[in-house]
Design a protein around this ligand. Structure first.
Ligand code: HEM
Length: 366
């Protein structure tokens, strides 16, 4: 807005307050009810979170729509990365904003806590909308909770709650970010072979098998080395390496069939230096960074809550801190985290085929 506003109602006649609807915005903190500074702080903090959530929802939809296009134009990937970066920064900001909340003392909170009744952040429909848009499923939530169940109960209470429920139900019908990302990953050209092209399955299977075999051999070599060194409990160590090899097979070939999205992800992560894979790699990193920032946001919330209310039951009736800590285990983009476990150092990677297609001449670019 700089110094460009000059008063009035529209265009060059607009005022700062008019453009931002400041009068309306600043009349929403219940000053007239004579609330304490502590309670005003509690309300303002929540409202600012919700305002940022609103922006995050817009950003997530934009990213999802870019990735959901059948052939994502190259130039659109940097756009998606830009929006992801903004969401990450918002969550970082919010993770720090808990610090402001922490200036509320336990006693200060108890002074007005009863006023909240059963109202709780648990009823933040924007939080649920973000989670649904990203692709957090019921299975995997604490107690496989259906996030809409509570909103169905609230919907009979007021029109606003009915609208919130309708909004969440509509979001459930939409494509999620994780599913559009997965579809996009599954189209990654692997060893020069395109998704759906003749012979693609054979090329991808050969690549995955070569990777798996290298991964198993490093496990075998490591356990042999440890055995030679007389490491304690060698049978347990061997079993751990075998389980890791099996885990890698299950990841890339669940039920024996190749998962092409995971194979594409593995390829992007393994041959990171290839020019054609540069933006896909940045995109994958940006998604991991976003999820990390959300996990930290949840973690900081739990610590703030522990500091203010200890281990008491939440106003929403949950176990409080234990519930919040359990939500820090959520991983929506589990494959992006999981692939890290099975990466290999560059010299052990299967030899790159058709390297020229990715921007390098020759077949031994790795
Ligand atoms: C004194 C400050 C706060 C306390 C003591 C507190 C406490 C809690 C507790 C105990 C829960 C678990 C549900 C329940 O049983 O109520 C919860 C959930 C939640 N709170 Fe807070 N909270 C505080 C501030 C905030 C603020 C400022 C926000 C910002 C919007 C917020 C957002 C949320 C959200 C989104 C959930 C749902 C988490 C989930 O289900 O994944 N909380 N809070």
């Amino acid at each position: 807005m700089g110094g460009g506003y000059s008063g009035g109602a529209s265009g060059s006649n607009r005022t700062y307050g008019g453009y931002l609807s400041l009068h309306e915005l600043l009349s929403l903190q219940r000053d007239a009810e004579g609330i304490s500074n502590d309670e005003m702080h509690f309300i303002v903090t929540h409202q600012t979170f919700e305002l940022w959530f609103k922006q995050v929802i817009r950003e997530l939809k934009e990213i999802r729509d870019i990735l959901a296009t059948e052939h994502v134009p190259e130039a659109q990937i940097p756009k998606a990365v830009e929006h992801l970066g903004r969401v990450t920064e918002i969550f970082r900001l919010l993770a720090n904003q808990w610090k402001v909340m922490e200036t509320l003392t336990p006693q200060g909170f108890l002074a007005f806590r009863d006023e909240l009744g059963s109202a709780s952040g648990f009823e933040s429909y924007q939080m649920r909308e973000m989670e649904i848009l990203l692709g957090l499923e019921h299975v995997g939530r604490v107690s496989d909770m259906d996030p809409l169940a509570h909103f169905r109960k609230l919907a009979s209470r007021s029109e606003a709650d009915a609208i919130a429920l309708a909004r969440l139900e509509a979001t459930l019908e939409e494509t999620t970010l994780v599913s559009s990302l997965t579809t996009w990953l599954s189209r990654t050209p692997i060893m020069g072979s395109f998704y759906g092209s003749e012979g693609d399955s054979e090329v991808v299977e050969a690549y995955v098998d070569a990777h798996l075999s290298a991964y198993s051999s490093i496990g075998e070599a490591a356990s042999a080395r440890m055995e030679a060194q007389g490491v304690d409990n060698i049978e347990a160590v061997k079993a751990r390496f075998e389980a890791a090899s099996q885990g890698a097979r299950d990841f890339l070939k669940p039920d024996g069939d190749i998962n092409r999205a995971r194979a594409g992800l593995l390829f992007i992560e393994s041959y990171r230096e290839l020019p054609l894979l540069a933006w896909p790699r940045v995109l994958v990193d940006a998604v991991v960074e976003l999820e990390e920032s959300m996990v930290l946001f949840r973690t900081h919330h739990a610590r703030m809550v522990e500091r203010i209310i200890g281990r008491r039951v939440g106003t929403g009736g949950s176990s409080g801190v234990d519930y919040l800590d359990a939500t820090t285990k959520y991983r929506i983009f589990g494959d992006l985290w999981g692939v890290r476990t099975i990466l290999l150092k560059p010299e052990l990677l299967p030899a790159l085929q058709n390297g020229e297609m990715y921007g390098f001449a020759g077949e031994d670019a790795n």
